[in-house]
Design a protein. Structure first.
Length: 85
């Protein structure tokens, strides 16, 4: 079964764009569907995630968000680990 990776984002969020780019690169090695949801398009998403974008979900489960993304956080590596497991 194909996994679904969702990035909760908003227009103009540079960290969000970087996460999506990393996922695009990983798509050649892992089979998943990428969804990008904008918090401005859905009030419930906005209320849930506006302080923590980008937020990444795999198969509907939160796996990390902006609170985890310190300068040393390698989200490309983290995504690789999560998708490989």
């Amino acid at each position: 079964m194909q996994r679904v990776v969702t990035v909760v984002s908003k227009k103009g969020c540079h960290m969000c764009e970087d996460v999506v780019k990393s996922l695009d690169l990983l798509s050649s090695r892992h089979d998943f569907e990428l969804k990008v949801l904008d918090i401005n398009d859905d009030p419930k998403l906005h209320d849930a995630y506006w302080l923590t974008i980008p937020a990444v979900l795999i198969d509907g489960k939160d796996v990390f968000d902006a609170r985890d993304m310190s300068p040393r956080f390698d989200y490309g590596r983290k995504l690789e680990q999560l998708l490989g497991g």
